[in-house]
Write a protein that binds this ligand. Sequence first.
Ligand code: SF4
Length: 369
Amino acid sequence: MSPTGSPIKNKTSISARLLAWHRRHGRHDLPWQGTRDAYRIWVAEIMLQQTQVAAVIPYYARFLEHFPDIAALAAASQDEVLRLWSGLGYYSRARNLQRAAQLITEHHKGVFPRALGDITALPGIGRSTAAAIAAFAYGTRAAILDGNVKRVLARHFAVAGFPGGKRVEEGLWQLAEEQLPPRAIGRYTQALMDLGATLCTRAKPRCADCPLAQSCRALALAQVGNFPAPRPSRRVPTRAIHMLLLVRAGELLLEKRPSSGIWGGLWSLPELAERAGAKERCRAHYGCSIAAPQPLAPLAHGFTHFKLHIQPLLCRVQKLAPAAREPGQIWLSLEEAQGAAIPVPVRKLIGRLLAHRPAPGRGLAKRSE
Ligand code: SF4
């Protein structure tokens, strides 16, 4: 990590300029602002990880309506928590949120802890998220360093190297801490977040409107586009699976996934490595005799570490064994299945079935009596 070292022109601290800018141009009316309730702030911070503000707002309102406090979240069923999270993605966030609520109930008498060490000890809360919660809820003087802040600091101080690398990240933490103002820490934290989200954006930053422009090294070097350095390229492996859309009288079979791992605890479609085994799998696992599986248009879904290539197979059930309903399996109408806690690609596949189903009385739409 090497800030280029040239003198910075504007001697007013970053924090003073950010606070002044935020007063006039910052975001002041987001649903999770104007509260000191650590629970509400925590839920917002977790939802906002890797997710845009506009996408979070409706989920946030619904989640808090169902789980207004830590006790309600701790006592809820995991199914209900995942259902309300369904569509936001990164479901481990929801599972960790609930597990942390249970730990707070057990170890902190149901009150969100104040000490940073206690906050980071909770599942799903890293150093930056803990600092943000503590700054907003308790006014704790601690630095944040999320993706947006890394970008702002990397540009402003012309920090070379990929910010996800350990050495570069350590340098950025140090810079983040050095900028902290002596007070107004909550407003400063919000100002930094807002600058990264609205002005110092990844593409087309609005440097002409930026309160840090006079001292920004990347701007002075006319190299804003070169900071931060991109992640060193690596090949993302692809995994290919078949998903079975078992359809019977307008209903679809969903299967509960194991509680840990990808899509842990969500309802999903049965999966298969090879198309050839579909008939046998349906008979042995789901008690279904099916017609020849019909391949539908494939679907790709990206994860951080791999790409999933899904080949959906429509399997029309001809006969269902009477004692075939196992725990962890459920038959739902397509509409009910859409409303269940399901992964995004499964939602897309069901959406396609809904869009293409024939008129009532002619196949998929017909509901069993
Ligand atoms: S001047 Fe431009 S690059 Fe520098 S911090 Fe502001 S918006 Fe970002």
